[in-house]
Design a protein around this ligand. Structure first.
Ligand code: PAF
Length: 281
């Protein structure tokens, strides 16, 4: 696997691949890779002949009091994992390469507020502006045929799908199912922030969402009571619930008659955990 920080070298390699008729897949990440990321690489390999992975801790998507400085940077370990997973090229640009004039002065991509200012966007103002902008830039840098995003970050996936459609990016977006630990906890880089005691309690988030989704599949009429009960049960277990909501699965709009999903974000100690579970039809 080749690693490059250089945009010119990335473009030259991808151009050669495309001229040889090879299909290129792309997996954008912020590094500190775990099995969940490697599953995205494996999905990308199913849809393409060559896979580019980017590692870039994007300052534009972090709020002023968030963990930008302390976000784990583990390049050597990440390279070993990506090599073993079969990725072909790691693009690891500097902040100067991505934001030559600084991220504050950079043009930005605004996806409609109805999608970006709800759920995670309500407590992380500007987060999805940062995500959409960096992903748009990375799409233009890499020029891949498809890109894979995890369904754990369902709102992020929907924001990227919407941006891709609205701005006519010639790239196919593929959602990849959430990879879980054996006790149900969704894999996430931020699980590393959990203490041993918190780690033992953390699977309750998924368990509560699964139970709620099952209940709603039986009876949607008591939705509000069921959501309040699930949120209270999490608080009783030591979580600080940021949101727990039932929404339309496709556009994350208010729940109506179509397919639904339950989504939550909750703090457990220093870790902000997010997860979602589709309501069975
Ligand atoms: O999901 C992530 O790791 C990031 O939000 C992404 C998509 C790489 C953009 O920085």
């Amino acid at each position: 696997m080749q690693t490059t920080e250089s945009l010119e070298s990335l473009r030259a390699t991808v151009r050669d691949w495309r001229q040889s008729g090879l299909r290129v897949g792309f997996v954008p990440t912020m590094g500190n890779l775990h099995e969940g990321h490697l599953a995205l690489v494996s999905d990308a390999l199913k849809h393409s002949d060559r896979v580019v992975v980017s590692i870039f801790v994007n300052p534009m998507q972090f709020g002023p009091s968030e963990d930008l400085e302390s976000y784990p940077r583990t390049l050597a370990e990440d390279q070993t994992k990506l090599e073993a997973a079969g990725a072909h090229l790691l693009f690891n640009p500097s902040v100067d390469t991505v934001y030559p004039d600084g991220e504050v002065a950079c043009s930005a991509v605004l996806v409609p507020e109805s999608l970006t200012d709800i759920l995670c966007g309500a407590s992380r103002p500007g987060h999805f502006r940062g995500v959409a902008t960096v992903v748009a830039k990375l799409f233009n840098m890499v020029q891949a045929d498809c890109a894979v995003f995890g369904e754990k970050d369902l709102q992020q996936l929907r924001v990227i799908e919407r941006m891709t459609r609205d701005l006519d990016f010639p790239i196919r977006i593929i959602g990849s199912p959430t990879l879980r630990e054996s006790d149900g906890l969704a894999r996430s880089s931020r699980n590393a922030y959990l203490t041993d005691a918190e780690r033992r309690r953390a699977p309750a988030l998924f368990a509560e969402l699964e139970q709620l989704a099952g209940q709603l599949a039986q009876d949607r009429s008591q939705r509000e009571q069921a959501v309040n009960r699930a949120a209270k049960s999490l608080e009783d277990k030591g979580f600080k619930v940021d949101y727990l909501e039932v929404r339309d699965r496709e556009n994350l709009g208010p729940a109506a008659d179509g397919p639904l999903v339950v989504l939550a974000a909750a703090w457990l100690g220093r870790a902000r955990l997010i997860d979602n579970v589709p309501v069975p039809a």
